[in-house]
Design a protein around this ligand. Sequence first.
Ligand SMILES: [Zn+2]
Ligand SMILES: [Zn+2]
Length: 44
Amino acid sequence: MTKCEKCGQDTSKGYDCEHTKFEEYCKECYTELHYYITELKNNE
Ligand SMILES: [Zn+2]
Ligand SMILES: [Zn+2]
């Protein structure tokens, strides 16, 4: 089990990338983070 660095929930699989500062996020937080990143890019 991995603990999500954002919401603190245990998740079976952690996701990380440069946007999470390479900390492991659960799928929900990871998806939400990229959703906002995509929205910001679209608004530029
Ligand atoms: Zn989370
Ligand atoms: Zn990313």
